[in-house]
Design a protein around this ligand. Structure first.
Ligand code: ADP
Length: 169
């Protein structure tokens, strides 16, 4: 019997899905639902960047995401700052989940994945290609539609009442 200590996380497949999620869109939602098929737990990690002005405050995004996945106990959400790989280590996660829409996404993600692997050799980045119907959806499109008084419902996860999270002007 081996005596070396085994991490309690060793056998569980925990993925961190890092991003801004300002807000989480139908595209992100689709990626998480599909990834639940092969991860035990997915931690949606809202990157907190003090230099970047967000549309939705991080706390609001956290609440929104927790509400969206309230019937999915294997999906958690947290706000983090600093390096994604440090957050992964802290959570015992060996996988980073990212979504790909275009070759431009791929070129960007390729570099980030290599850097993360150098910083944390045990980490594996798993890419899921977006569903074709979500390939044009982005958080910035949702923000754009919202700021011009349009209805972003078709680009958001089902049953999300966005008004609940919008501050009255
Ligand atoms: P970031 O600021 O890190 O790009 P985002 O919240 O915009 O954060 O995106 C987080 C992840 O989700 C990224 O991997 C991004 O490519 C992916 N993503 C964004 N929009 C979609 C979409 N419509 N379909 C699939 N993946 C997406």
């Amino acid at each position: 019997m081996a005596t070396e200590s085994i991490s309690p996380f060793e056998n569980s497949r925990i993925a961190v899905f890092p991003g801004s999620f300002d807000p989480l869109t139908a595209g992100h939602y689709g990626i998480v639902l599909r990834a639940l098929g092969f991860f035990d737990k997915i931690i949606i990690a809202i990157g907190h960047n003090t230099d970047k002005k967000a549309f939705f405050p991080a706390e609001t995004r956290l609440q929104m995401i927790r509400d969206i996945f309230r019937d999915k106990p294997r999906v958690e959400c947290e706000i983090f700052s600093g390096l994604t790989v440090n957050f992964c280590r802290q959570k015992g996660a060996r996988f980073i989940l990212r979504g790909l829409r275009t070759s431009a996404d791929f070129e960007f993600e390729r570099v980030v994945a290599h850097v993360n692997r150098k910083l944390y050799p045990d980490i594996e980045t798993i890419f899921l290609l977006t569903a074709p119907e979500h390939s044009f959806i982005s958080s910035s499109i949702v923000r754009e539609v919202l700021s011009h008084g349009g209805d972003p419902t078709p680009f958001l996860p089902p049953h999300l009442e966005l008004n609940k999270y919008l501050k009255p002007n």
